[in-house]
Design a protein around this ligand. Sequence first.
Ligand code: BES
Ligand code: MN
Ligand code: ZN
Length: 531
Amino acid sequence: MFGVDFMKISVNDAKNLKDIDGMVLAYWQAEDAARRPELPLWASGSIDTAEFSGAIGQMVMLRSPASHRIDASASTSSSAPPARCVLLLGLGMPAKTNSHAYVNAYAQGFGVLKNARCKTIALQISEWPGAQNAGNHAQLSFPHLVGRIASQVMMADYAFDKYKQVDKNSPKASVDEVVLMVPAAHAAAAHASVSRGVKIGEAANLTRMMQNEPGNVATPSWIAAQAAQTARAAKNGRLSMRVIGKSELARLKMNAMLAVAGGSSQEPKLVIMQYRGAPGRKEWDTAIVGKGVTFDSGGISIKPSSKMDEMKFDKSGACAVIGILSGCASLGLPLNVVGVAALVENMPGGHAYRPGDIVTACNGTTIEVLNTDAEGRLVLADALAYAAKHYSPNTMIDLATLTGACAVALGDLASGILSDDDEMVDELVAAGERSGERVWRLPMWPEYDEKVKSEIAVVKNMGEPGNAGVTAGASFLKPFAGEGRWAHIDIAGTAYGSKPRGGMSAGGYGTGVRLVLEYLSQYKTSKKNRN
Ligand code: BES
Ligand code: MN
Ligand code: ZN
């Protein structure tokens, strides 16, 4: 990825175990509370058995001077510690832990060792006894979990610190290399899934880098330039992009998107990225459409000032689209995927659109604007209609920080998914469970559509306040998504946060990238082709 130094991740690399600074030793917790993890001899003397039970996420750091250490490649159970910092990490009880907690624990452990200024870090990845029987982990093989750890360690290594001044007393931590230690029988399979996991982590970090840039930097034009650079960097010639500016948007009659952009001095941009991973087939397997409001002030229906700064993250869906397309190219997925990032800034001003305005989207559907803060659905209306008309994709997914109501309903642990297509929902929910980015279904029954019917236009951009706000957003989008298979994913609660999450630093979390890349990796083209 451009602008960021590479941290190398390898599997079972004994050569690099010779001078490891930091090591994670992971332990399962016993069902019987009296039974404690069996620690290596050198550790058992220095910690009290009451201190470490192996509970999920538990960490105890043991430090030792160089003269006391052994070569980490020798053995982890020998009589001397293998590294300057050894972190004992609890994984919880095998039958009760879930894959998210398991992967998060490793990523957090990595973070602790990074903060301890370890340059070379080894993670001992413990097999999961009985994982194959553990309900929704049925499909999660050990190599798959190792790949997820690789993604999440990449993501834990990223921090948005480019605007911070270097503190001479406390130089920035940076890790050169991570070695994942897995049982020898799994090494070959783990190798492949780690290289895949690293690519997915890089794609998510690209998205996070864009998410985190503030509204005065990450304008629609700036994000379009990042997409151009991403397409150039893909090198394999299968990823291309083009940008539609204001005059062409007007020619295409994308008046809903243009209405939102009206109050801003920043020109709106519609970025189209095409990934042709199956050049032999002419149809488009999937379109991914993203809301890219680079700053959402609310417009004339202006937002309260508290936390308004967070609305720089209202472009997260569009940033995810660019990360996903970049990931499709680096993974070399055998699919044709088009990404549409709809970029505008929502500001008040003399040219701003107003409550009461009626605008006509590019598919001819009229929209009564009741609240200029419900701008995301207007932007998506034109972007979805554009993708449906020009690409007729077999499936379409949109990602949007659309409603505060979604954050109220699901909090920060799951994105909302709304679709009439049960199969798409099942596949995306499964991809969420496999990727670590959970999604949860909310209803989109036609009865709800009444709530967004307008007396004077086809639809209005707001339902009843305080009443099924997430569904109202999806109901509004329906007439623009065409007749094909479509799922709407509301990432308002999950896209960013003010706290570290799963080893990641606060800010943008790259939400949607791992989810959709997992969905696309499992995509069954034969069954889906309509063309
Ligand atoms: N970008 C916001 C939604 C949002 C809120 C995302 C909080 C992340 C955190 C969206 O444009 C918006 O303002 N939605 C309104 C819709 C309402 C006016 C119908 C909302 O959720 O209040
Ligand atoms: Mn808004
Ligand atoms: Zn918004």
